[in-house]
Every structure is written in structure tokens, then in C-alpha cells.
Design a protein around this ligand. Sequence first.
Ligand SMILES: *Cc1c(COP(=O)(O)O)cnc(C)c1O
Length: 390
Amino acid sequence: MHLLHLPVRDLAQAERSNYRETCMPRPIVAKIDTRALAHNLAVAKRLAGHARVWAVIKANAYGHGLLRAAQAFAAADGLAMLDIEEAVQLRHAGETRPLLLLEGFFDSADLMQCAAHQLTPVIHCTEQLALLSTSTLQAPLDVYLKINTGMHRLGFSVDTVPEVWRGLCGLKQVRHITLMTHFANADGDQAPSVTAQRQQFERATQGLQTAAGQPVMRSLANSAALVHFPQTHADWVRPGILLYGCSPFAFARTDQRADVLGLRPAMTLQSTLIAVQSLAKGQSVGYGGSFTAPHAMRIGIVACGYADGYPRHAPTGTPVLVHQMRTHLVGRVSMDMLAIDLTNMPNAGVAAPVTLWGAGLSADEVASHAGTIAYEMLCALAPRVSVQVM
Ligand SMILES: *Cc1c(COP(=O)(O)O)cnc(C)c1O
């Protein structure tokens, strides 16, 4: 049937079924290792000691799949995310653990959902406080009171905390309050910045008690602080990136590498060679001719491009594995393809397996070449890449 003669709705349908049933899918696949997710959580829990663990699963669990990750993180005490819809989806799937909304609610409809599904919103601004205090909820909420201790992104300023605290304590809409903050520099070699934020946090929260005279629960640490600053662990830690097997630190020091931290990569992006080219000395490959062969070269074309989530800024020299052996990118990354050097791999031909990042080649290392961080690469994995769960 000729597609152009179909009404638009049928056309979309025809395209979908055409794509799914009659075409070979592209060979690119993201393999998700759920045992690696569980292993990395165990590492986090060991580091956390007595602190409880929120497994951070925002951004579709850093690209790994929300429900899949929630299941793999069965040993986490709670799950933290941003989108209220993701939290509701988890409740519908039977999730009974605490669910923390890291940016809280955005309007009163969200707030109703929080009450209906017993979600724990962060309260970071006076507008949220006002919405909360004027709402009629079917049940009181546990909330996180976010304090700005120096990152200047979200949170109440240190000076206003006692007043906000009193306000929250007086609301019938509120049950338990946990105090939280977030570090701007736990991932660098900037201990003084972490110390300064901790001191601000202490200053803001000293003397606060529950109605029963108990100390108030606290949560400060992301992955980097969990690893490097045990004094920040408090009652609940909030690791994200390390659960996915990547280092929270810039890929520079050996002792900060994911494998050295005992983490396992949870996502491996794999594809295959779909073509091989021979370049004579002086010939170029790809858009802009940004790479010119300094000598005769054998070039492989891989079915992976920036529309799959591979960083377009990855330059010539970015590592790639073919048959588990290292080679590197040459020329500019295109939308659907990239080129690699096969000069020293005479046996690698069409259909040879290629690893872009993951098992055998850390996403951190690829990210450092591409001028980004593994967080961005994992989150950017495109929906068109099929997922295989291991
Ligand atoms: C994303 C996020 C985390 C997790 O950060 P990682 O660096 O991935 O460990 C923790 N807390 C808050 C508030 C966040 O937004």
C-alpha cells in the first residue's frame, strides 16, 4: 500500500507497524545489567553505614528505566525522583516505599496527588509553603525542608529557617519534617566548600526538635559526599550516579575511578560495524572533513550517532571497543553514524560488535574525552535505542 494515500492517523500507524514488523531494527542496543544496579546499591549501603538510602531514580533512572531500576533497588529504603507522574506510576505498580520528590510540587493539583499517593515533597520556597498551608489534604504529608547552604539553587536561606520550621510545625497538613541541603562541590577537591555548607546547615538547624523533643532527621549527601565525606551521612543519604556504576568525581584521579570504588557499569551501549572504508593518505571522513588520514587507513562505520544519545562533541581519539579491543573515533559524529579507526584491526569487518561505553570502557572515560560527564550521556540515551535487560 502506498503510504501517501492513507489518512494521517493510519499513516502513523502504518509507519509504526512497518518499523516494528517488517524492518530489521538497527543493531544498536543499550544493555541494562540489573545485577550491577543491585550491586552498586549494596556498595552505597555499605558506605552509608547506619544512614538510610534514597536511591535517586530521576530522569528515568539516569536513562536505565524507572520501574526496572526501582525493582533492582529493592534494598533501598526509599526512591527519590522529580516527576510526580513517575512517582504515581511507581505507586500504581505497587511501590510501597517512601517516594521523595526532589523539587516538591509545582501546583495544587500536584499537591493533591502527593496526599493521595503519600509522596514526600521537598518544600524549598515560600510559594510551596503558601500552597501547602491553604490546602485541604485527605491525609497529612511527610515533607523535606530544603535549606540553601551555599549552592543558591533551591532552598530557604539559613536566616529564615527557624521561622519556616515553626510555620511547618504548625500545619495540620504536615506530619514528619526532615531537614535537607545539597552540596555544590562534593565532587571536586573542595573540602572547604563542603565544610562551609555543613556549618551553614548546622547554624540553620541547631536547636530544632520534633514536638516530642526528638532530634530532627537530616539528609545532605549525594554520591560524591557519600564516598568522600562520611561526616555528611546523617540519617538519609541520596546517591544517584554511583548506583549506575559511574564515578561522581571528574575522571582524573585513579582512586576516584568507578572500578576502583568497586562499582559496576549498569548500562552498556553496543552497536556493530555497518560498513568499512579504505582511506588513502590525505582523504577525509565525515561531515566537515574534520579528520584527514595522515596515512592509508582502514575505517569502520558504526551504527550509532548523536540521535542515539552519543555525544556529538566527542572528538577524534575518543575510545571505542571493537571485539573488546580498544580503538578510537575519527572525524565528526553524525546523527546516525560515527567512524572509527580499524587500521590495526584488519579482521574487524561488517557486523563486528562495538562498545561505545559500559562494560570494558567506562562512560566516565568517554565523557571526559567528549567534554561532558557520564550523567549527561546516560540521561541522553535516546528512546529509539532498544533496551535489553540482562
Ligand atoms: C540528583 C540529586 C542527587 C543525586 O546526585 P548524584 O550526584 O547523582 O549522586 C541527590 N540529591 C539531590 C537533591 C539531587 O537533585
